[in-house]
Design a protein around this ligand. Structure first.
Ligand SMILES: Nc1ncnc2c1ncn2[C@@H]1O[C@H](COP(=O)(O)OP(=O)(O)OP(=O)(O)O)[C@@H](O)[C@H]1O
Ligand SMILES: [Mg+2]
Length: 281
């Protein structure tokens, strides 16, 4: 920064001091501008990486979806053919062979269930579809209905308590979320509860509705609670069928609908799995 003049003693000591301070401030302003430019550049780069990551996630989901989908038809054919052999041979079928065929059918059903879960997982990453107003109560009833047999077999009562308000989401996803939570509540009920029960209720404020599925089951230790929503987490507490995907699907779907999910639990007493969805404006 230069100040020039031909006049003698044109600048006083104060002028020089001011000039010096000005130069310092300008230098720091230039440095800051440089930092801001670098930061903007870094942010732009981050945005590009983020977009690339999202694109490759989408590609991976599409790939998973295709594989899972294509695996399903030959698998269904295996189960159907085993069934056809049993039906066409009827009583001519040696009992041992009948048992083997039952094994084939059971395994193909189990695998079909796993594939269904993978299909849900691939479908349930952030959806671009706009959220719609979902009548949640019929979705809860439909989810309970899916498990009517298991509930009766295990003498578990399932009750909807109070009002179940509407929220923004995707109807089919909401049903799937409840189905996963109810399926878990049944599987991890344990043997200790005197009156094994599942209670579904909701509370709402201006912004969110919080839906809760409470069970009187085995509960989950605090240190295990955080990782439950990660893929393939299974706690070796009871023998139950599953691959550890249910809750990760729940977390993804709820996140995809602009909400969040969580858990409160006391070991040996029971658990409350909850999720929040936005209330309609
Ligand atoms: N209501 C519950 N009470 C106690 N433990 C639970 C409950 N729900 C889930 N868990 C624990 O969390 C683990 C993860 O649940 P998640 O639904 O993701 O998988 P899963 O039920 O094992 O298999 P999948 O749902 O894929 O068939 C379970 O294996 C179980 O240990
Ligand atoms: Mg599950």
């Amino acid at each position: 920064l230069n100040f020039a003049t031909t006049l003698p003693k044109a600048y006083t000591q104060d002028d020089l001091r001011i000039g010096y301070m000005l130069a310092l401030q300008l230098a720091s302003a230039i440095r800051n501008a440089d930092h801001v430019q670098k930061m903007n550049h870094a942010q732009a780069e981050l945005r590009i990486y983020n977009n690339e990551l999202q694109a490759s996630n989408r590609e991976l989901d599409a790939y998973n979806y295709t594989i899972a989908h294509d695996l399903k038809s030959p698998l269904t054919a295996i189960g159907l053919n085993a069934d056809l052999v049993q039906r066409s041979m009827k009583e001519n079928l040696p009992p041992k062979v009948g048992k083997y065929l039952d094994g084939i059918k059971a395994s193909s059903h189990k695998m079909a269930d796993m594939i269904d879960q993978l299909l849900w997982l691939a479908r349930s990453r952030n959806s671009n579809d706009t959220l719609t107003l979902v009548e949640v109560k019929p979705r809860v009833e439909a989810a309970i209905q899916r498990f009517q047999h298991a509930l009766e077999d295990h003498h578990i009562s399932a009750t909807i308590e109070g009002d179940i308000p509407m929220a923004l989401g995707h109807g089919q996803w909401v049903e799937e979320v409840f189905a996963n939570l109810i399926s878990n509540a049944i599987k991890y009920m344990g043997k200790n509860a005197a009156n094994p029960s599942i209670t579904i209720r909701a509370i709402s404020d201006d912004h969110f509705v919080r839906y809760e599925v409470t069970d009187t089951g085995i509960g989950i230790k605090e240190e295990d609670q955080k990782r439950l929503f990660e893929m393939f987490t299974r706690l070796n507490t009871v023998q139950a069928d599953g691959i550890g995907l249910g809750l990760s699907i729940v977390a993804r779907m709820v996140g995809g609908m602009g909400g969040m999910a969580g858990i409160d639990s006391i070991p040996d007493k029971g658990s409350t799995f909850w999720f929040m969805l936005q209330t309609p404006k």
